[in-house]
Design a protein around this ligand. Structure first.
Ligand code: FE2
Ligand code: FE2
Length: 205
């Protein structure tokens, strides 16, 4: 139907012009540039949220026996965020316009789960870090395929190192009784869903 309409409505010269426009293909370098821009934007946003999650957890649980464990993970998140703050200007990537949202949402998630107890805070860590670990692995696959392995070595090594740190945080959460949190499955399920939505948005906005 729409094809029929376009045949009737669009004049031949307009159709030729449209064909030229739609056949426009991006160059591989341009695609890689966009990939890296997206990667750095979403990772900076994610590391900011992670920094705020652990800040929220520390505000509630800082003086309890899990305080030092959370502090250790928080310190690593601070280093992750600092690195992406450095990569944004280096690659001239556009930061997420939603940074204030990730800031508030991260703290609320960290403090909110910590208020439910230590186990819920650790369940939050398990959920977040499992999504982030998977997310970093996806990015590594894309970078292996499209990036310049020499020029972008620093970025690739950074993501590998952070992926390993996030996996360690995930295991720390499990070792600290995350699975004993009330409604563990539902809680982690909802948090994972929220993280995936956050990733989707931060890649684009
Ligand atoms: Fe991190
Ligand atoms: Fe982490």
């Amino acid at each position: 139907m729409s094809r029929l309409l376009s045949r009737v409505i669009i004049r031949p010269e307009s159709r030729r012009c449209l064909a030229t426009l739609t056949s426009f293909e991006k160059k591989p370098e341009e695609k890689t540039r966009e990939l890296i821009d997206r990667i750095i934007r979403v990772d900076q946003a994610g590391e900011l949220a992670a920094d705020r999650i652990y800040a929220g957890q520390m505000a509630v649980l800082g003086r309890t026996d899990v305080g030092p464990t959370i502090q250790h993970m928080w310190d690593e998140e601070k280093a992750h965020l600092a690195k992406f703050n450095e990569l944004i200007p280096k690659y001239r990537a556009r930061p997420s316009a939603l940074l204030p949202v990730w800031n508030i949402a991260g703290f609320a998630l960290g403090a909110g789960t910590a208020l439910l107890g230590k186990e819920a805070a650790m369940a939050c860590t398990v959920a977040v870090e499992s999504v982030i670990g998977e997310h970093y692995n996806n990015q590594l696959r894309d970078l292996m395929e499209h990036a310049d392995q020499t020029k972008d070595k620093d970025l690739i090594e950074t993501i590998k190192k952070f992926r390993d740190d996030e996996n360690e945080h995930h295991d720390t959460g499990l070792a600290n009784n995350a699975e004993q949190a009330p409604f563990y499955r539902n809680l982690t399920g909802v948090i994972k869903l929220g993280c995936r939505l956050g990733i989707y948005l931060a890649e684009r906005i």
